[in-house]
Design a protein. Structure first.
Length: 48
């Protein structure tokens, strides 16, 4: 969640600088969330 907040803050601060860096931050945040979801799912599977 912090990744998206930082990205949104950056866009608000400098709207003209939204480019590869901002997109990379968003992609990194999505990847982080996906990994966290997989880890949570794996942990639940282990408990069963």
């Amino acid at each position: 969640m912090c990744c998206f907040r930082r990205c949104s803050g950056g866009t608000e601060r400098d709207p003209g600088a939204v480019g590869e860096d901002g997109f990379g931050d968003v992609v990194a945040g999505v990847e982080h969330q996906r990994r966290a979801l997989q880890r949570r799912r794996h942990r639940l599977h282990q408990f069963r």
